[in-house]
Design a protein around this ligand. Sequence first.
Ligand SMILES: NC(=O)c1ccc[n+]([C@@H]2O[C@H](COP(=O)([O-])OP(=O)(O)OC[C@H]3O[C@@H](n4cnc5c(N)ncnc54)[C@H](OP(=O)(O)O)[C@@H]3O)[C@@H](O)[C@H]2O)c1
Length: 293
Amino acid sequence: MEIIEWIGIIVFCYFGYLLVKEVKIILSGNSNVQQKYGQGCWALVTGGTDGIGKGFCQEFARQGANVCIVARNKSKAENLIKELKEINNKPQYKIVIADFQDCLKDTFFEQIYSEVKDLDIGVLVNNVGVLTVGEFDKTLDIDQQNQIIINCIPVVFMTKYILPILKKRKRSGVISLSSLTGRFAYPYYQVYSATKAFNDNFTRSLQIEVENVDFLSLQPGFVQTAMVKNQTDILTVSTQQCVTAALSQLGLKDATAGHLIHRLQTFIFSLSEGKLMDIISPIIAKQLYKQKH
Ligand SMILES: NC(=O)c1ccc[n+]([C@@H]2O[C@H](COP(=O)([O-])OP(=O)(O)OC[C@H]3O[C@@H](n4cnc5c(N)ncnc54)[C@H](OP(=O)(O)O)[C@@H]3O)[C@@H](O)[C@H]2O)c1
C-alpha cells in the first residue's frame, strides 16, 4: 500500500474513533444530578443570579435538587428563589451573600463554609466570573486586578473548602467555568483568557488527583448572557443548552465545550492549531468592545 493510503486509513480511523466517542456520550449522557449523586443532594452555585449560573440553578430546580446560591445581590437572589419555587417548590433553596471582589479578605471563605457546612453538597459549580475586553495597555488596572481575583481565587478556595464535604460522599461533582478562550491565545481578552486557562488546568489536575469526585472543566464558546451582551447568532447557545450539555457530560469527561455547536467550534479551531481563532477572535472582540464602550 502507498504511504498516502496508510495516512488516509489512519485519519479515517481517528475520525471514526472521535465519532464513536461522541455518540457514546450522547447516548449515555445523563444530566440529572440527583440520579448521579443521590436524591436530596444540594447543588452549590457561585454567581448564580444571572447568566450561566442562573441557568444551572434553574436546571437543578427542574431536577428537584436543593440549590444554594452564593451571590452578591440579596434582592436579585431572593427574586431568583421565587422563580425557582415557581419551577419546583419541592426542593430547599438557600442564599449565601458574598461579594467575590472581597475574597482576599481574611476569613472570607471560612464565612461561606460556615453557612454551608451542614448541607449534603453533591455538586459544586464554580461559575462566578467577569470579563474585561480591550487593548491591553488601555485597560484599567483595577479591572484587570478584579478580573484575576474574581476569576481565579474563588475557583481554588471554594473547591478547597467544599472538597471535604464532597469527599465524604460516595460520589460528587465539580464543574468549573473555563472557556473556549482558555484553550487558545485570545487577543483583546488576554487576561480573561489566561484566567480561564488557569481554571482549566486546575480542574483537570484535580480530576486526576481526587478519587470519587467528577471534575469537569466547562469551556463553552459564546453563551447568550449579559457578559457577551446577550449576543445571539449561529455560534451562540442559550444558557439552558450550555448547562444541560455540561451536566450530561459530568462524570464522563474532564473537559468539554458543552453543547455540540461549541464542541464543533473547538474541534475546528484545534485542527487549525488555533490559527483560525487568531483571525476570528480580534473581529469578535472588537465588536464586543465597541458594544461595551
Ligand atoms: N457568556 C459566555 O459567553 C461565557 C463563555 C465561556 C465562559 N463563560 C464563563 O461563565 C461564567 C458565567 O458567565 P456569564 O456569561 O453567565 O456572566 P454574567 O451573565 O455576567 O453573570 C455573572 C454572574 O456572576 C455574578 N458575579 C459577578 N461578579 C460577582 C462578584 N464580585 N461577587 C459575586 N457574584 C458576582 C453576577 O452577579 P450579579 O447578578 O449580581 O451581577 C452574575 O450572577 C463566567 O465564569 C464566565 O467567564 C461565559
